[in-house]
Design a protein. Sequence first.
Lengths: 535, 314
Amino acid sequence: MSSQRPSSARPSDHIDSEQPDPSIAQPKLGLSGYLRFFWRQLTSMRTALFLLLLLAFAAIPGSIVPQRSSDPNGVVLFRRNNPDLYPVLDGLKVFDTYTSPWFSAIYLLLFISLIGCVIPRARHHYLALRARPPRTPARLERLPGFSSADTAADAATVVDTAREVLRAQGYRTEVYGDSVSAERGYLRETGNLVFHTALIGVLVSVGIGGGFGYTGQRVVVEGQRFVNVLGDYDSFNPGRFFSGEALEPFRISLDSFDVDYETEVPEAFGMARNFRANVTTTEPGADPTTAQVKVNSPLDIGGTQVYLLGNGYAPTITVRNPEGDIVWTDSVPFLPQDASLTSVGVIKIPDGLSEQLGIAGFFYPTVAQLESGALVSRYPDLVDPLLTLRVYTGDLGLDEGVPRSVYVLAVDELTPIAGGGADEPALQLGIGDKVDLPNGLGTIELDGVKRFASFDIHHDPSQVWVFLFAVLVVLGLLTSLFIPRRRVWVKAVRSGDGWRIEYAALARGEDPGLERAVEELAQKHAAAIALRLNP
Amino acid sequence: MTPVFVSISLIALFSAMAVYTLAFIAYTLDLAKRSAPTRVAEAAVTQHRGQATALLERIAADAPVTGRSRELKVAFALTVIGWGLHVAAALFRGLAAGRVPWANMFEFSLTATAIIVGVFVFVQFWQDLRFLGAYVVAFALILLGVATVNFYVDVIPLPDALQSAWLVIHVFVATLGTAFFSLGAGLSIVQLLQARREAGRSAPRFLATLPSAEVLENLAYRLILVGFVFWTFTLIAGAIWAERAWGRYWGWDTKEVWTFIIWTIFAGYIHARATRGWRGSRSAWLAIVGFSAVMFNFTIVNLFFKGLHAYSGL
């Protein structure tokens, strides 16, 4: 193996490393030699570059094909539309691109390569920080920014004033005989190391820290409340290392839900804005406090964020048996289907009447009739609300112990008695209306219409770490790109009876301002000498 | 007042486009003049006479700094005037809407091109890059044309999802980054052509009056570095906003994916500069690919890809 050690502990194909002598023949490698060879390959600049570009390329399919993580319905749709292509892509994990083995392999290799690069450089930088600036080269003429000037001062004055000027400019200096060797910009390499280490920090925080969090969803109707325990969620996705203790005990009651509708700008008439959920929150040992949850403005409570992600109408419906006794009453969230909030919902009444009753409803906040006779909502606010109900009887399947969605009614297994093909038309109710159910089953009444809010509840303890590392990424990037690192030498040389001063510099990394910096140094130095000679 | 402001904005915009068109013509005339026989003779001498090469090359490289043609002066003056009108168009659009003028595709295009031309104008204080004028102005004109014909939408109030201080910061910095990337890509294109010429292959004659490929590469690199810092900030600001608006800081939304891809390509570009064998034309290609990805992200992804960044207004 070549024993040549790169001067800055950078990869051997870094542009600032010395070019390896191609005439040196490689000896035969043993196992450890091969391992070292592969390690050097993995940590080379070329490999890092290749992996970076490969990572960019590998991220593309995930933006073209719907992803399970961000668009599960899109995946279902894709499967329906491309039944032949779906299994192939699914086998390649394209629907989970960013957790797929091939994508993970690329970024893990990239980060191993990065770590392999950062560690030796950090060690080298630590030593450099403690070392003195290197000895002045014997011949400065060949270096960039070389210039020279005759001086009336002697060598001691030249060296002394040069040292002063350089120190004032933030250089570390060291005197070697009649010359000063100076170096500055150590922060550039520090920034570079901070940048790359912080990237590792981001990855680790996301990978491990994210596992301690959870996300959950819950629909809350005005006047109802949500308690942060597992059983009170509509859906819940725990992280890998989640335990029930992570649920902070708190309670949120939805007092009211308000929306403004645009009425002034004709192009945006009816556009809903300023959604706000007015809530009362209670934490253990504290008085209840009121708060507002808005889009772009989540509620922070007990290290948990509560986001407002959706809203809609929840008609309050009461069903009575023929004797007039209430057998069922509730505010049922209806899911919005369009911008004018045409909404659909399902009511299941297994007990209390002579038969099990399933009801599929449409709710129109401002009802209008199309030419075809179909009803639609034409404005999202409650101007002329109408609830239409198709009523079915039969076995709702609630007694089989099989979980069923509250938003879906399996009408194929039921018998329609109003609407949906039955002799009687669908029931229609305005607010306060009460109508008879077919077959003398009883009555149904629309007592009122409330609003509901759907909340996303997130807890992610790694978030703050990701943020801190991201800030370090930016700071590291700024210092590593814009602080020049350079060595400068000032040397007094005998010239006839007097002395001549020589200046030269060497850039370490990108340094477009190097030559100008040497010129400025020479000017300042001349001024300092003049001041010293003629105070 | 809104309809009045909208009209003023559109009048200013169409005037700006007319002035830019004149500027483009003047820039092109300047390039044509640079290809004129006197220069060509110089270039020919450069290529055929060994000993004199170095000296003549130097004169040629210095030419744009010392002697600026009348056409170029007119072109740049027109660019500044057009830019003034362009900025007025963006300002009045913002006044009409009562918010920042970048909340849909039309407004993004309007403001982004204003920022690109603005960066081009102000960069002249640092380096004389007037020879990129034809490229910059043509780019702005095409984007503005597409914006007014295909992307135009009326002023409507901001949806809740966009009501955030981050709209101001995140989008503005992204556009600023785009401006620097576009100039960097322009320089890289000229660099590639210049490298062809320097290698003795056929290339447009006016290149003889432009800086050497190495100088162009260094300039491109420094502009792209600035763009990269802005882009990094955009990525982080976007993540913070996503956390506030959607409840997660990163979710591989299509736009997030492409922002990440662009960041990675330019990270690759910066590494390429520091990798032996990749400095020069190879890294220039990466700069061009990176900027193409930025434009792809702005147009194709906005219009045709499904995702949460659905604010084109179309």
